[in-house]
Design a protein around this ligand. Structure first.
Ligand code: NAP
Length: 246
């Protein structure tokens, strides 16, 4: 149970972030829903959360902006005073073979996926250190562990998240804060809906369980790490991929 806790989930307007926000709310946490552009979807997530009897706060912020990340965390602090759980979930893809990849597509993916985690976490950690408790969960990807053609930018950002997670876990473990990563495989969201049917069939062949995962599967793993069940786990990468990365 997370009754009385406050969680901030970045990129919670849709997909995996939305499922995480709903799961944490269902377990009793108040949730700060960050989103990038999709206010309507963020409002829907908030309404679903409030229907569970907890509080929801919607905050628009581009996580790739250090200034906006600060405003996001300040707003959360103002509203709830504490922040117990941070889930860095916001992420994008700009796929393409390296030989054709533009500098902009490389930079954008690193700015949102990797620098975005620095930006938000940088604001949250001082608060958690003061509290002497906290849970940070970073959403990486199976692609950060295995690589994937056409995703050098994305794989680099996701592998970077793993290094970031392990280093920060060592920095702040003595302050009662755990830092872990969750590595989803192929999950049914808008991100994977963009893939051609033939590619999806080929992907399924490489999955031990022969099917794509659901956002709920990732949310359950995040909850495990955010709750008392994850008390003695830090610096780890938990794969939720139907058996791809072993
Ligand atoms: P999605 O459906 O495309 O949703 C992405 C979310 O991130 C949206 O809420 C979006 O907000 C938000 N976002 C994007 N850029 C942002 C920014 N600059 N600032 C703030 N929020 C931003 O993606 P998803 O499939 O749920 O993926 C969620 C996370 O899981 C990502 O980190 C992704 O890399 C990772 N992941 C996904 C899969 C998969 O199979 N789907 C597999 C492995 C890892 P708006 O729509 O409001 O702009």
């Amino acid at each position: 149970m997370l009754k009385g806790k406050t969680a901030l989930v970045t990129g919670a307007s849709r997909g995996i972030g939305k499922a995480i926000a709903l799961k944490l709310a269902a377990e009793g946490a108040n949730v700060v829903i960050n989103y990038g552009q999709n206010r309507e979807e963020a409002a829907k997530t908030a309404a679903e959360i409030e229907a569970l009897g907890v509080r929801a706060l919607i905050v628009q912020a581009d996580v790739s902006s250090f200034v906006q990340a600060k405003e996001l965390v300040d707003r959360a602090k103002q509203e709830f005073n504490t922040l117990d759980i941070l889930v860095n979930n916001a992420g994008i893809t700009r796929d393409g073979l390296l030989m054709r990849m533009s500098e902009q597509d490389f930079d954008q993916v690193i700015e949102v996926n990797l620098k975005g985690i620095f930006n938000v976490t940088r604001q949250v950690v001082p608060l958690m250190v003061k509290q002497r408790s906290g849970r940070i969960i970073n959403i990486t990807s199976v692609v950060g562990l295995l690589g994937n053609p056409g995703q050098t930018n994305y794989a680099a950002s996701k592998a970077g998240i793993i290094g970031f997670t392990k280093a920060l876990a060592k920095e702040i473990g003595s302050r009662g804060i755990t830092v872990n990563a969750v590595a989803p495989g192929f999950i049914e969201t808008a991100m994977t809906a963009a893939l051609p049917e033939k590619t999806v069939e080929a992907i399924k062949e490489n999955i031990t369980l022969k099917k794509l995962g659901k956002p709920q599967n990732v949310a359950d793993a995040v909850y495990f790490l955010a709750s008392d069940l994850g008390e003695y786990i830090t610096g780890q990468v938990l794969s939720v991929d139907g058996g791809m990365a072993y």
